[in-house]
Design a protein around this ligand. Structure first.
Ligand code: LLP
Length: 424
């Protein structure tokens, strides 16, 4: 568990605040984030890169609550966005446009126009059709779009199949061997200016060698493209830095920075990074209340008020999250299956978890839940959506209330004809 979450007098606390108090006042399920832990993670990366010209653009997709973005923006981060919605969030949270990068495989005309109107730092382009669309829109607006081409380096990221993005079969980026011809073509296109190259090979990568394989290829391309006269100034090396869920060694920030320094030595360019998970995962826990303890012939179930609608990662990627009691009770630890309330057999958080006796009303907390937790929650089964809380030292605030079913369906409507009396 991250340092920001510690037991004090038998109660699990986030920084100086008891998770029990938060749960009692905000209701459950509730995601609780430590502002201090987020700042620490960002500073760790910034420190590792001191001496290199680097900007960390926080990947909003990991957790796009405004208070989370603001916390990281105040600590110096920019934003990596993948939709107009995320650009709007970044701006609303106070990220300057000069620190916003816009990526994603399917930017619509409206999104491209909006990004150009805001004069953001860079647009990462993933295909020739997208480049042509961007050129047409930018030139109709009389502006030059700053473009980084996303290179697909064809490497294995050695992570989950569903979070690998740099292989041939993945939909992301432009095959590295096609980049020279597209850059050459780009010179003929109005309204687009090549400022750099971009790569992102996947998520939750804990080894350095996949980065080394991809970056070596991308940086060679970068040097070659400069040699033939493309004035590239920016190398965006993506995110994907792995964290600890169970017993993984997290990616070593200094080792990673040293690798980048070695590969990019003498390049004289600006480096961009897009970490999401590494900045927020371990800074967050999900707190949930036990609804029932159910005993069957061969096992015990703890049935929680959080389910796959609250934290989908176990059901979607077989992800493992630590589960701990909020109040230590010293009882004998026995295996239990921890499950959610959703009517799906995949709504299981963990089987055979060793936990002390817990019963209805008791609280449990999930570790490393700050990334891809709340943002991937859904209204499935019309259960309340999770609340979110930010803790900073001894202070805490509700940064998003739970949404109850009435709010979830408030904007749905019933067409009048359904209530018409059928003609006899
Ligand atoms: N940049 C790009 C272009 C990305 O596609 C992603 C993540 C990131 C940066 C940030 O990656 P990070 O540093 O967070 O690993 N929902 C999955 C993770 C999906 C990641 C998608 N792209 C999960 O819960 O594990």
């Amino acid at each position: 568990m991250c340092n920001a979450f510690q037991y004090r007098d038998g109660i699990l606390c986030c920084e100086d605040v008891s998770l029990g108090d938060i749960a009692d006042r905000s209701g459950t399920p509730v995601y609780v984030y430590s502002a201090g832990a987020m700042r620490d993670r960002l500073h760790e990366y910034v420190r590792a890169f001191s001496g290199q010209n680097a900007l960390f653009c926080y990947a909003l997709k990991a957790n796009s609550n405004l208070a989370v973005i603001r916390t990281l923006a105040q600590a110096g981060a920019g934003a990596d966005t993948v939709s107009m919605g995320e650009i709007r969030r970044a701006l609303a949270a106070g990220v300057p446009p000069s620190k916003i990068v816009f990526a994603g495989v399917a930017k619509t005309d409206d999104e491209i126009r909006f990004a150009l109107q805001q004069s953001i730092l860079q647009i990462n382009v993933e295909s020739l059709p997208e480049l042509k669309r961007l050129s047409a829109i930018a030139s109709s607006m009389g502006v030059d779009a700053p473009v980084a081409l996303r290179v697909n380096p064809h490497v294995e990221a050695k992570t989950h199949d569903k979070t690998s993005t740099g292989r041939k079969q993945d939909k992301f980026g432009i095959a590295h061997d096609r980049v020279p011809e597209i850059l050459a073509h780009m010179r003929e296109l109005p309204g687009v200016k090549a400022v750099g190259l971009h790569m992102h090979i996947g998520s939750q990568i804990t080894a350095l060698d996949p980065f080394e394989a991809a970056y070596a290829r991308g940086i060679r391309l970068f040097r070659d493209m400069r040699a033939v006269g493309h004035p590239l100034t920016t190398l965006d090396l993506g995110g994907g830095f792995g964290v600890t869920y169970r017993d993984e060694q997290p990616l070593d920030a200094q080792g990673y920075a040293d690798l980048v320094a070695r590969l990019a030595s003498g390049l004289d360019c600006r480096l961009l990074f897009e970490p999401g998970r590494a900045l927020v995962a371990e800074a967050g826990m999900l707190v949930s209340r036990v609804i029932y303890r159910k005993i069957t012939d061969d096992r015990q179930f703890l049935i929680l008020d959080a389910g796959m609608n609250t934290l989908v990662r176990p059901a979607m990627y077989d992800a493992w999250h630590e589960i701990v009691p909020v109040r230590e009770n010293g009882g004998e630890r026995l295996p239990v299956d921890v499950v959610g309330p959703i009517c799906e057999s995949s709504d299981v958080f963990g089987r055979g978890r060793m936990l002390p006796p817990l019963d209805s009303g008791d609280l449990v907390a999930f570790g490393s839940a700050g990334a891809y937790g709340a943002v991937m929650a859904s209204d499935y089964n019309s259960r309340p959506s999770p609340a979110e809380v930010l803790v900073d030292g001894g202070r805490w605030a509700l940064i998003k209330p739970a949404r109850q079913a009435e709010e979830q369906y408030a904007d749905e409507s019933i067409p009048a004809w359904l209530d018409e009396v059928p003609a006899a």
